[in-house]
Design a binder for this molecule. Structure first.
Ligand code: FE2
Length: 203
């Protein structure tokens, strides 16, 4: 099965291929290249150069066949490649759920972070294999790869939640995750910090 199942869905098991983050049976596969992330990195010039220089794949999302429809519980596995754009760690677009419902992420491989923003407050959860990050209703969420290898996580979410990517473009995400130029450590800076400027310490 490689397409979305049609309700009523019968009970079934999904085999997770840990090595390459595949699902069997498997549904849709989404590939996000750098060109799909317009307006999201602080340094727009660096983003444009990366697009011109091969437009690399930043992340992929492999979904199970469970469809995004009310009362179903879809799952997906996201793999974010390691990388930096002008010091900003590679990340997902981030989204808000138009129908405010919760979601869980489970870290599978690599080292990442879960950035949450409710429009006023921003929170950062360190994510590593075995860690469950809880996304409460009403919090926009973005995942970031802060390591040197692919960061992979499982998402489980209500089928009616939806994905509003425009919310993030309009409101931002409260914080940006950068690699500190001096120490190489994760540096979380206020969202409006101009590209290339660093603030010492963490919030
Ligand atoms: Fe979500």
């Amino acid at each position: 099965m490689s397409i979305s199942a049609t309700p009523p869905i019968q009970p079934f098991a999904i085999t997770f291929g840990a090595d390459n983050a595949t699902l069997e049976p498997q549904g849709q596969v989404l590939t996000r290249r750098m060109s799909d992330l317009e307006g999201l990195f602080a340094d727009a010039d660096a983003w444009a150069r990366a697009v011109a220089d091969g437009d690399p794949v930043v992340y992929t999302v492999v979904s199970s066949p469970v469809p995004e429809v009310p009362r179903e519980l879809p799952q997906s596995i996201t793999t974010i490649q390691p990388g930096l754009t002008a010091g900003e760690f590679w990340m997902t677009k981030g989204h808000q759920h138009p129908d405010p419902q919760g979601e869980i992420y489970l870290g599978l491989a690599g080292h990442g972070g879960l950035l949450l923003f409710d429009g006023e407050r921003a929170e950062w959860l360190d994510m590593s294999p075995g860690v469950i990050g809880y996304i409460p209703p009403g919090w926009a969420h973005r995942s970031v790869n802060v390591g040197d290898e692919p960061y992979k996580f499982l998402a489980v979410y209500p089928g009616s939640a939806g994905h509003d990517y425009g919310w993030v473009l309009e409101h931002g995400m409260g914080l940006r995750a950068r690699r500190a130029a001096d120490s190489g450590d994760l540096d979380l800076v206020p969202f409006g910090t101009p590209a290339g400027r660093h603030r010492t310490g963490k919030p």
